[in-house]
Design a protein around this ligand. Structure first.
Ligand code: ZN
Length: 414
């Protein structure tokens, strides 16, 4: 039965999808319009052919993102108002008692499975057509499917017990179930951060400790200057999947380690890697990581509380295409519908993140030469074919990092 919620959801879905497509169109137009001239501040460091490659790569990725948007919106519609969840729920009712834990878990897992099947051809196209065309893909089809099998097994091994525990709490904990579920998933998230570097990352990549040479000495000195302790510096064989370079800190507390992609080490000289790490250290030292964890915990608490208010209202299910209410159906509907409403919060989160990036750059200036960081950024933009001329509105909406020209201008300012 369509009700006010139906129309509200349709309006949000339509507005979010239309905005996504409109921003994509703007981005493609803007990048194309600036394709034939390198911005003046990069004229000495980025050749025209690299700038044009970045424009074409950005346009190709953005066009693909628009297809992804349409497929995603269609799938959400089919599963909700199209009756997909209702259909799955009835089908599983033949095997398990409706409302039981097994029925709920089967419903949620099958909904996730449908989403995974739909996104598989998109992921294949992204990796083996777009990334390959621009020379970034290093992955074989075999590695792609080996990864997929490992990720699926891991997700099932960790996800099924979590899902059963969540459904059990929802069924047993009375009207404050949302608080218990929040405590559980927050604890689970923190535990995952602890086991991620030592147990999960090695399933996908090889890690070699870097203990000797100029790079190791520079990083050790940098950590000393910043007063930072880690469980070591590692090189990761990122090159077996992609030629995009990266550096990251993995884990929290005692298991925290610094990981550099081999592709990054190959391209940047040790002084540039040092500057990039000084920026990453800034995120830790300025408590950005802790703040992000706190923000996402606060948002999930708010989300679960809202679901707690909706879960007993028949109009919530009826308005979204489900005629046999259950806790699992409520969870599935919520996960499908919320992103369409959250879309309009995206620019605020992106803006918050860009502010943090400037702060980390400012921190890095105090511990490494700003000119080294600027040089590293130019190399990374060049190698990753990242556009130097994004559409300002597209960038304001999505970009977690400020445009290159702005960051470099600040780094080079006295
Ligand atoms: Zn950063």
């Amino acid at each position: 039965m369509p009700n006010a919620l139906t129309w509200l959801f349709l309006a949000a879905l339509l507005a979010a999808s239309a905005t996504r497509l409109w921003l994509a169109l703007r981005q493609i137009r803007h990048v194309r319009a600036h394709r034939d001239a390198v911005p003046p501040s990069f004229a000495g460091s980025i050749p025209l052919h690299a700038h044009q490659k970045a424009a074409d790569y950005t346009a190709a990725k953005t066009r693909f993102g628009a297809v992804d948007t349409l497929v995603g919106a269609l799938l959400v519609l089919l599963l909700t108002l199209g009756g997909g969840l209702e259909l799955l729920s009835r089908a599983w009712a033949h095997a398990f008692a409706p409302g039981s834990l097994a029925h709920g878990a089967a419903l949620l897992l099958s909904a996730l499975f449908v989403q995974a099947i739909v996104s598989l051809p998109l992921a294949l196209y992204r990796t083996f057509v777009i990334e390959s065309r621009f020379g970034f893909n290093r992955m074989t089809l075999r590695l792609f499917f080996v990864d997929l099998v490992k990720q699926t097994l891991l997700a099932l091994a960790l996800g099924i017990p979590l899902l059963l525990a969540v459904l059990w709490l929802m069924a047993r904990m009375g009207e404050h179930w949302w608080l218990y579920v929040w405590l559980l998933i927050t604890a689970f998230g923190l535990a995952f951060q602890l086991i991620f570097p030592p147990l999960i990352l090695p399933l996908f990549n090889k890690f070699t400790p870097i203990t000797e040479g100029e790079l190791a000495a520079r990083v050790a000195a940098l950590l000393e200057r910043c007063g930072f302790k880690s469980r070591g510096l590692y090189k990761m064989d990122g090159s077996k999947r992609s030629s995009h370079g990266n550096a990251f800190f993995a884990g929290i507390g005692a298991t925290k380690r610094i990981v550099l992609f081999d592709t990054l080490i190959d391209r940047l000289d040790p002084s540039e890697v040092e500057a990039v790490l000084a920026h990453e250290l800034g995120h830790y030292k300025l408590h950005h990581v802790v703040k992000m964890v706190a923000l996402s915990a606060a948002m999930s608490l708010a989300g679960l509380w809202i679901l707690g208010q909706l879960i007993d209202r028949p109009w919530f299910y009826a308005g979204l295409g489900v005629s046999t209410p259950s806790t699992a159906a409520a969870l599935a509907l919520f996960m499908l519908v919320v992103p369409e409403f959250m879309f309009f919060v995206q620019p605020l989160l992106a803006r918050y993140s860009r502010k943090r990036e400037f702060e980390a750059d400012a921190y890095a200036r105090g511990y490494a030469a700003p000119s080294h960081l600027a040089r590293a950024l130019v190399k990374l933009y060049h190698d990753n074919a990242a556009t130097l001329t994004p559409d300002p509105l597209h960038s304001a909406f999505y970009d977690s990092h400020p445009p290159a020209a702005m960051r470099i201008a600040r780094l080079e300012a006295k």
